[in-house]
Design a protein around this ligand. Structure first.
Ligand code: FES
Ligand code: FES
Length: 200
């Protein structure tokens, strides 16, 4: 299939790309532009780990063709922090322990950001509805809901159950939270080696 030249704006930077007509946006972002913060998991629209913003609306980038994004503005997790300052949603995810393995986190944050742009003061139920298409296999979602409520400036309703282990000091941020909320945490699927081949 002959490749097509496209221009695409990603995180306010213009890129010229040569892509196959059926190349997905997630593959163009990750493999052509090296923006591996956007995660590719199911590759069929089921998990939203690949969520990005297209002209301000959240989309699953495995379901969008790169050629469809040509001439439009794409925002990925790498574009949220500005001048070394985390976006408030990223900050809230870090402070509320909302990332464990972190693989769903970039997509979850992009979805949360779009949700709060449309509904700045959601109820917890609206938050749960807003992220219902984003799969997380680690957290049980409670901390993610806490983080989104915190990012909206609202106190959380949920109380932590009493714990026999909560005996000293205070909770400290995870040491890897910054990498996970910015999409910089490295996973095996993000690694690129010279001459590497893929099996799927
Ligand atoms: S990788 Fe796109 S929805 Fe799962
Ligand atoms: S933190 Fe591991 S899948 Fe969500």
């Amino acid at each position: 299939m002959p490749k097509m030249p496209i221009q695409i704006d990603v995180n306010d930077v213009n890129y010229d790309l040569l892509v196959e007509p059926d190349r997905s946006l997630v593959d163009a972002l990750r493999d052509d532009l090296g923006l591996t913060g956007t995660k590719r998991a199911c590759n069929e629209g089921e998990c939203a780990s690949c969520a990005v913003h297209l002209d301000g609306k959240v989309v699953k980038s495995c379901l969008v063709l790169a050629v469809e994004a040509a001439g439009h503005k794409v925002m990925t997790i790498e574009g949220l922090a500005r001048n070394g300052k985390l976006d408030p949603v990223q900050q809230a995810f870090a402070e509320n322990f909302a990332a464990q393995c972190g693989y769903c986190t970039p997509g979850m944050i992009m979805t949360a950001k779009a949700l709060l742009a449309e509904n700045p003061k959601p109820t917890e139920e609206e938050v749960r509805q807003g992220i219902r298409g984003n799969l997380c296999r680690c957290t049980g979602y409670a901390k993610i809901v806490d983080a989104i409520m915190a990012a909206s400036g609202q106190p959380r309703q949920r109380q932590d159950p009493p714990s026999q282990y909560r005996v000293v000091g205070r909770s400290l941020p995870r040491t890897d939270s910054l990498e996970k909320v910015t999409g910089r945490a490295p996973y095996a699927y993000d690694m690129r080696l010279a001459g590497m081949v893929y099996g799927e």
